[in-house]
Design a protein around this ligand. Structure first.
Ligand code: UDP
Length: 408
């Protein structure tokens, strides 16, 4: 049985047939994805699952990662934060480093596929090369660019407008652009090691082997150690809630090749959690998919207290596992969580603390939120829907003139 067919039991036969039919329009076409990291973070997570499925459908999909030095990733992390709206001091030298690294990658990458699908700001300037190419270029933005720091956006926008189209993750992220924009939400793969069903005792065994005790309810956040994921706010919220109820906090994180701030934030988190036996911090390798799956499944509550967010795949992962999720009302999270229906949205440390207490004290309500959350993900945020929308985007982009590219 083909891998795609294995999804029929979850999303229905008709969805699979629709995908197969759409793919026939793209048979033999070449689609090159380019991003800035092969491991760590949501973009790599999705590409790892999406590219093999595209290939299985007869499309010549590939994935390249741009290479840059420490200085480049320090600059692109500043861009990332600034485009998310956080204040950053970006210097003329920073812009120069960005352009220089994109230029040196231009020499190494063959950008002649039918569709060049560039992910995020790091490699966005590769579009410089397109003058000589008759192919189509799409910029796929995974971050929330609705309120960017003006200077950073003004620098990036002229590059973005050289593309045939831009794809954003939420209607709220749309920007004023001279090119068509399309909204395609990200997704999780229900059959990956990260999300597949796991027997409860197996999950407990995996977690105990990691040295994580399961003698108390576990409140967990899985995230890169990044200030915008607010790990220190999570510790503060848990500490407040812990005064009234017994539980443990688990912060799980790992590195991403394109995130140079991780080590520093990790150290700050360790320092803040020191001497508190109810707070466990674990840094896991980025390939620990089964471990994360098990951790999410044995947790009583999942937190994602982000201050800014792209889509927030960790939220979808937890909801899919039927977990009650308490998350920041930012980025793509409100698309996933309807407050008090498919999870809880919060705006402050105090709000997070309040809801940790509420959900720990009301398991029936917490369970209902999780059940609703799972259905929300089944209907909206699984890989098959995402795949179908990408196929439609590629077809429209290859067939139509720029003006004909329609919103899906
Ligand atoms: N992740 C992981 N290990 C970690 C931290 C995160 O495997 O230590 C995964 C997480 O399960 C999710 C992705 O990395 O699949 C993070 O995606 P998200 O959209 O939540 O955030 P991003 O890191 O892209 O900002």
């Amino acid at each position: 049985m083909s891998r795609l067919r294995e999804y029929a039991g979850i999303v229905g036969e008709q969805t699979i047939e629709e995908i197969e039919t759409l793919a026939t329009c793209l048979a033999g076409k070449t689609i090159l994805n380019v991003n800035s990291t092969a491991v760590g973070g949501g973009v790599a997570e999705i590409l790892n699952r999406m590219v093999p499925l595209l290939q299985e459908l007869g499309i010549q999909a590939s994935w390249d990662v741009i290479k840059g030095g420490e200085a480049f990733y320090a600059v692109t992390k500043k861009f990332h934060n600034a485009l998310h709206g956080a204040k950053q001091d970006i210097t003329p030298k920073d812009y120069h480093v960005y352009e220089e690294t994109n230029d040196s990658n231009l020499e190494k990458l063959a950008l002649d596929s039918d569709v060049v699908f560039i992910h995020d700001p790091q490699p966005a300037a590769l579009v410089k090369k397109r003058q000589a190419q008759p192919n189509r270029w799409i910029w796929r933005c995974h971050i929330d660019i609705s309120r960017p720091q003006a200077e950073a956006w003004e620098f990036l926008k002229p590059y973005v407008e050289k593309y045939d189209a831009a794809v954003v993750s939420s209607p709220a992220f749309a920007q004023k652009l001279a090119i068509p924009q399309v909204v395609i939400a990200p997704s999780i793969d229900p059959l990956s090691d990260k999300n597949r069903e796991l027997d409860h005792s197996l999950a407990r065994g995996i977690v105990e082997k990691l040295g994580i005790p399961l003698d108390k309810p576990l409140v967990t956040q899985v995230s890169r150690f990044d200030r915008l994921k607010d790990p220190l706010g999570v510790i503060e919220a848990f500490t407040q809630a812990r005064r009234a109820t017994d539980a443990r906090l688990l912060l799980v994180g790992g590195p991403a090749d394109d995130d140079p701030e991780g080590a520093q934030v990790y150290q700050e988190v360790l320092d803040r959690a020191r001497n508190n036996p109810d707070i466990i911090i674990r840094a896991l390798p980025p390939t620990s998919h089964l471990d994360i799956n098990a951790i999410q499944r044995v947790s009583t509550i999942i937190l994602q207290k982000s201050l800014r967010e792209g889509f927030g795949l960790t939220v979808a992962e937890a909801l899919w596992k039927g977990k009650p999720v308490i998350a920041g009302a930012v980025g793509g999270i409100p698309q996933q969580i309807i407050h008090q229906h498919s999870g809880i949205l919060v705006h402050s440390v105090e709000g997070a603390a309040y809801w940790i207490k509420q959900l720990l004290n009301n398991p029936a309500y917490a369970r209902k939120l999780g059940e609703n959350g799972r259905e929300r993900v089944r209907e909206n945020f699984l890989l098959t829907r995402h795949l179908k929308e990408y196929l439609l985007a590629f077809i429209f982009c290859l067939r139509g003139a720029r003006e004909e590219f329609v919103r899906l």
